[in-house]
Design a protein around this ligand. Structure first.
Ligand SMILES: [Zn+2]
Ligand SMILES: [Zn+2]
Length: 361
């Protein structure tokens, strides 16, 4: 009889049968292991939660101080119904974890969302706001595929942050605020940790600051930030870098910065069509997910002979994995914190491929 799979897809979420618990369930369950605190992976209503220790602050901030949460330090093992469970850094956001499961000699890893640089092991390419991705050897690896297409290749992040610094400096010199939009949890802190704070003041939206607080409380170094209401000398705003969630675009909140230059930071900015649709002055390609080479490198480092693909470009990844001689399949999940954007990007991608280059300046 073939050995039982350590993770299967159930209507409530990814389920570990011998351990009788779920990983990032999308419906309320008794026991939930949470890979990270993004809304599509960490949902309310579960009876008991297990997550990596550095995730505790952000998880409680998002799901409520009173959730029943066991915070497990990275690398420590607990035994649950004969399944040895440990959590390992995923490099995605503060406290993000891969879940390692060991049962009767077999090892599976469910990696949630993860970020690892594609081309190099240079530590300067790590996400500076959380523990870097740790390759974990396993028999079966469950991988995301948010950017699982060969067109997604991130430039070295130091080049990217130098680009952002240049844009901010030029705006500051011209007396224009620099409004940079990106997700409040993860992206905003990554920008903060990467830019040069000597260029000017940094102002953040009210949705961003509570997360900054959680990051600082966890020991992550971020430059000083102020809320717009805390800036008394309004002329300072004209030299400021303003970090805010995408929802502020064209809002009254954003209009107070007057003739600001606006920009968007996302992996989808790699696509010209997505940039145009956003209608911002600049698109910075910055993602907290692995690009295509990063996914390949991460998968290779696990030594897994079997790979199960979740949220993103499942069919492309499965085809590629099969060509590598691996056993590959997919789980359909309800993850995708960037679902709308993926659909938007998909439309842009199809348009780019069908429109003749001449008509697309
Ligand atoms: Zn995520
Ligand atoms: Zn996700």
């Amino acid at each position: 009889m073939p050995a039982q799979d350590l993770v299967i897809a159930r209507p409530e979420g990814l389920y570990c049968p011998p351990g009788d618990f779920y990983i990032d369930p999308w419906q309320p369950v008794d026991r939930a292991v949470i890979t990270h605190a993004h809304a599509d992976h960490a949902r309310r209503g579960n009876t008991a939660y297990l997550a990596a220790a550095p995730a505790e602050g952000v998880l409680r901030a998002r799901l409520g101080e009173d959730i029943r949460l066991q915070a497990l330090p990275y690398g420590e093992t607990i035994d649950h119904f004969g399944v040895r469970v440990s959590l390992h850094p995923a490099g995605h956001v503060l406290g993000s974890a891969q879940v390692r499961l060991e049962h009767e000699g077999r090892v599976w890893v469910a990696s949630g969302d993860y970020y690892v640089a594609g081309a190099t092991d240079d530590p300067r390419e790590d996400n500076a706001t959380c523990a870097p991705f740790e390759p974990v050897r396993c028999d079966c690896f469950i991988t995301e595929s948010t950017f699982g297409l060969p067109i997604y290749r991130w430039a070295p992040q130091r080049e990217l942050f130098a680009d952002i610094d240049r844009w901010w400096s030029a705006n500051a010199a011209a007396g224009r605020a620099s409004l940079l939009m990106g997700y409040s949890f993860g992206k905003a802190q990554r920008i903060l940790a990467g830019v040069d704070p000597s260029i000017g003041p940094i102002v953040v939206h009210g949705a961003v600051e509570p997360l900054n607080r959680a990051y600082r409380a966890a020991g992550v170094a971020l430059p000083p930030t102020r809320l717009v209401t805390e800036v008394n000398d309004k002329s300072e705003l004209r030299r400021a870098l303003v970090i805010a969630p995408p929802s502020v675009q064209n809002s009254t909140w954003a209009r107070r910065f007057g003739d600001a230059s606006d920009a968007f930071a996302s992996g989808w900015m790699q696509l010209r069509g997505a940039r145009r649709r956003r209608a911002v002055d600049r698109g910075f390609v910055l993602s907290d997910h692995a690009d295509w080479p990063g996914l390949q490198r991460a998968i290779g480092a696990t030594g897994a002979q079997r790979v199960i693909v979740t949220h993103g470009y499942e069919s492309v990844m499965v085809r590629w994995l099969t060509e590598q001689g691996l056993e590959a399949g997919a789980f359909s999940t309800e993850y995708g914190d960037e679902k709308e954007e993926r659909e938007e990007a998909q439309t842009a991608l199809v348009a780019e491929q069908t429109i003749a280059p001449a008509s697309d300046p």
